[in-house]
Design a protein around this ligand. Sequence first.
Ligand code: AMP
Length: 211
Amino acid sequence: MKIILLGPPGSGKGTISKALNRHDGSVQISTGDILRSAIAEGTDLGKKIEAAMSSGNLVTDDLVISIMEERLLRDDCKEGYLLDGFPRTTVQADALKVILEKTGSKLDCVLELVIPRATIVERLSTRRTCVQCSEIYNIKFKPAKVDGTCDLCGGNIVQREDETQAVIENRLEVYKTKTAPLVDYYRKEGSLLSVETSDFEPVLAALKAHI
Ligand code: AMP
């Protein structure tokens, strides 16, 4: 399956795409994870993007598109992929269209997760992430067995710098102005499926009915 996960930060794109990956093996590609790794490794790319990411703004289209062009042409993407966090602007969506044409493939679905704003703000401000394997925890709904330590890999669990209240507000505003127009973009193409849940089973059932 070739699927785009669309939705504001905190709508459950990462969780759903990881569950879909476990379900059918399609590779999960999170631009946020790729960019965070570049920062952690201190690469030139990491230095360029650190300020934009920590303030909740988008990294430039040029940089993200060149990363994704390289990533989507790798062999493991031939069968399918789940795009978590890309595209985030219409310029990126146009670039993805060109990549799809180049590889002679097409999207199966653009899955939009529609979640109330209050739920998103609560989820993001209580969310914690493993610095090592990116597993997501939540201090209210899904705490780690040992406080501060990842159940899966033993890495440190932290609050992301861009998940503090002020930055969350900015990220939601950026979503509204830059990314939400993609809902209409893909609706016009006929590939949009909107679901008002981020629970895996109903999402999977809706996807099966759609594809
Ligand atoms: P995420 O983990 O998807 O919430 O992304 C975290 C941050 O990474 C975003 O707030 C942006 O700063 C950056 N980012 C992720 N994906 C993109 C993208 N497709 N275009 C621009 N910036 C991105």
